[in-house]
Ligand binder design. Sequence first.
Ligand code: NAD
Ligand code: UD1
Length: 349
Amino acid sequence: MNGNATILVTGGAGYIGSHACVALLEAGYKIVVIDNLVNSSPLSMARVKAITRQDFAFIEGDICEARTLDALFKQYSIDAVMHFAGLKAVGESCSNPLLYYQNNVAGTLTLCKAMKAHGVGRIIFSSSATVYGEPHTVPIDESFPLQTTNPYGGSKKMVEDVFRDLAEADRLGDAEFWRVGLLRYFNPVGAHPSGMIGEAPNGVPNNLLPYMLQVALGKQPELTVYGDDYPTPDGTGVRDYIHVVDLVAGHVKALHFLLDENNASGCHTWNLGTGQGYSVLEMITAFEAATNVKVPYKIAPRRPGDIPACWAEPSKAQREINWQAEQNLAQMMKDSWHWQCQNPEGYDA
Ligand code: NAD
Ligand code: UD1
């Protein structure tokens, strides 16, 4: 099967999903998007159409609604699913775990049942490096033990378990229905080089780069650096930041793998990271160098739940799906800033 395949993109109006829509359309795929817009704007879809000069169907709907999915699979001939739809705020998941298990886990089960009923077995799932919890060492490869520390992470691991069990049931029954790619993202940042789509967090951001962008814009007075006493070279937390355009290129490569009948069916897991860690202080320096904008900051105690260091061993994806990240930190900073300057209020302006 080639690029003429039709891909259902759940959560396609969101940050990563909208970039995936661009990558899929540019690779020659047709797409159908479903999103309930709980954390996104329909404007992102208009921008994807403007960037690619291509049209596609958008369904404002919820993956938790079986009837909506049934109608969608009846109306469109879907070859594979890219499943981004989910809630992702760690703090909110701790205060409202039911919401996270319902939306992220039960929603995925509803999606899987609809896929099974309509004979669609190929799916790429947005997992996260959060499933590794606090790793015993870095870099982290796909064989590391899984342990989660909050309901958001728990929901990702549960969905992974579901897909591993579906693949195992196929194996035991000598069937080859499910072809699954579990993609474990490290820390996605950056934006499309056009500056037309990017991350638009609601309210005050929790993540480092979105917060830094608000400080640079003057919307927040200073960045709080959470902890300078970690066992890392400069004492601040180290993460593997990956450009969102590289990340979605990994999805297209994973899709090629799943669509190729010569490749093994079942459940495949790939880390999507650069393999390089940067500290919070290095991130500030890199942002200032790439943009010429100062980021005032203060040091504060560690943020509860944070781990010292986390970066990927990404060679499995390179070996098996021929993917590796290409963009450096300076490009991530430039593209994030370009998006933020063009859209200081996100999509709301
Ligand atoms: P996002 O919030 O921008 O996008 C998620 C999209 O899903 C949103 O448009 C939202 O409206 C939609 N959605 C949520 N629940 C839905 C439902 N029940 N039905 C239909 N649509 C629904 O988040 P993102 O950063 O683009 O993340 C995409 C996926 O990647 C998520 O599953 C997230 O957990 C995962 N992930 C993200 C990161 C990250 O740092 N951004 C890291 C690891 C994994
Ligand atoms: C967080 C989530 C993780 C999720 C990921 C991507 C937590 C505990 N973990 O990971 O589950 O998958 O986002 O959405 O929320 N930092 C500051 N000041 C800030 C913000 C962050 O110093 O204002 C530091 C953090 O301590 C950390 C680094 O910057 O060392 C990155 O933080 P962040 O962007 O929130 O990502 P993670 O903590 O890796």
